[in-house]
Design a protein around this ligand. Structure first.
Ligand code: AMP
Length: 114
């Protein structure tokens, strides 16, 4: 989508630090990291939020989880663990209208989140 910041990151219009890319998704470092390791995994297709996931596009979610496991092995956090979280809508804390999964690691993450 023309004025979507994450579409621009995915297509290289806005520079970012990629940690992974394939034909369906990209993962890049969050500009305001909330943990020593904090990347965002997003579909290349513009999907506004988890509320737009249905039978036609739900395979992207499984793909993103597969990519997260790949990144975890590469980063050496497959044994220590990580958090994969999606904020959906205003009350969910979503601030960018392009669905994304936060992948956070390398510190002891608390529960419940604020
Ligand atoms: P959320 O609040 O779940 O929508 O998360 C949006 C995330 O995008 C926040 O953690 C921001 O720090 C991050 N963010 C916003 N702009 C950029 C950018 N240009 N590059 C990397 N991360 C960004």
């Amino acid at each position: 989508m023309a004025d979507c910041i994450f579409c621009k990151i995915a297509n290289g219009e806005i520079p970012s630090q990629f940690v992974y890319e394939d034909d369906k998704c990209v993962a890049f470092r969050d500009i305001e990291p909330q943990a020593p390791f904090h990347v965002l995994i997003i579909p290349k297709e513009h999907i506004v939020s988890a509320m737009e996931i249905d039978e036609t596009n739900s395979s992207i979610v499984g793909h993103i989880f597969t990519v997260a496991a790949k990144i975890a092995r590469e980063e050496g956090i497959d044994k220590t663990g990580f958090r994969l979280v999606n904020n959906c809508g205003k009350d969910g804390g979503q601030t960018v209208g392009h669905m994304h999964f936060h992948m956070l690691a390398k510190r002891n993450l608390q529960w419940p989140p604020g």
